[in-house]
Write a protein that binds this ligand. Structure first.
Ligand code: FE2
Ligand code: FE2
Length: 278
């Protein structure tokens, strides 16, 4: 199975780069399933039902989130009615929406997507390791063809630990939240594809997607200062492509994908479908 996971979509610039590239990416990389983290899609803070529809419309199958999930309050009433929009699984019992979903491809293969959130330098929430353990006990690889975990967190140590904790039990563990891509994508010892952070889909001429000036001023003055506004220059699409073995559910290949904007492009040549000569 060919999966594409796209990092935190930040504002209109992030949405635009996704919409511009997704239809051809689905074709050129022969993608079976696309997941994007949408926690910053609405002007940097949260997501709306309209933006969910916009992302589904361009070819995103499932949207994950993180600490910004409730920033736009209208999503609280919406999320329970949309099984393709996930919030972190380890929020307290009774939280609206779901932290995982099992989705069927057109050919019948099933994929489970899990959204979990780390705790180091983050809000004190329920244990993500225990939550993932319970889910993988109930829905092991084999019962589903592939399992993708979006682990949303700040500390690289906690994210690496989650990768190894899931090794051999999920197809991939991909980190989000830092908005900066790491260079440590690899297949772990037992066959799980891992990347500490996939980066953001947003304007990198910024401070993690927000306009530079106000962000810098907060550090310089140590005063609240003006409101952070989303940076709206040309965005980079930051994603990672994972190819899984349908027999085992484990990863065969993992390759970063970066297109547009300020970051150096990164195209997974070895995964591209050969274009027939005309
Ligand atoms: Fe984010
Ligand atoms: Fe976040």
């Amino acid at each position: 199975m060919r999966l594409l996971f796209c990092g935190d979509v930040v504002g209109r610039a992030g949405r635009d780069v996704l919409i511009a590239h997704m239809p051809r990416l689905r074709q050129e990389l022969a993608l079976d399933f696309v997941v994007a983290n949408g926690e910053n899609a609405a002007h940097g803070f949260g997501i709306t039902d309209k933006i969910c529809a916009e992302l589904y419309g361009c070819g995103v199958d499932v949207i994950t989130t993180g600490n910004h999930v409730w920033d736009r309050r209208e999503i609280i009433a919406y999320i329970a009615g949309d099984p393709r929009l996930l919030r972190p699984v380890n929020l307290p019992p009774g939280t609206p929406g779901a932290g995982h979903g099992i989705y069927a491809l057109a050919d019948g293969r099933k994929i489970m997507v899990v959204n979990a959130m780390a705790r180091l330098f983050m809000d004190a929430i329920d244990d993500p390791f225990a939550a993932i353990d319970r889910l993988l006990g109930a829905h092991p690889l084999g019962a589903v063809a592939a399992i993708l975990v979006d682990f949303h967190g700040e500390a690289t140590s906690e994210k690496a630990s989650m990768g190894h904790f899931c090794d051999g039990r999920t197809s991939a563990v991909i980190g989000t939240h830092s908005h900066c891509p790491t260079a440590d994508h690899r297949i772990l010892a037992q066959g799980t594809a891992y990347m500490t952070d996939v980066g953001m889909c947003g304007d990198y001429d910024s401070v993690i997607g927000m306009r530079k000036e106000a962000a810098i001023q907060r550090f310089v003055s140590k005063m609240p200062g003006e409101r952070l506004e989303v940076a709206d220059g040309a965005a980079t699409l930051c994603g990672v492509v994972v190819e899984t073995d349908d027999a085992t559910g484990l990863a065969r290949r993992i390759a970063p994908l970066r297109l547009g904007g300020r970051l150096a492009p990164c195209w997974p040549e070895e995964l591209a479908v050969p274009v027939m000569a005309k």
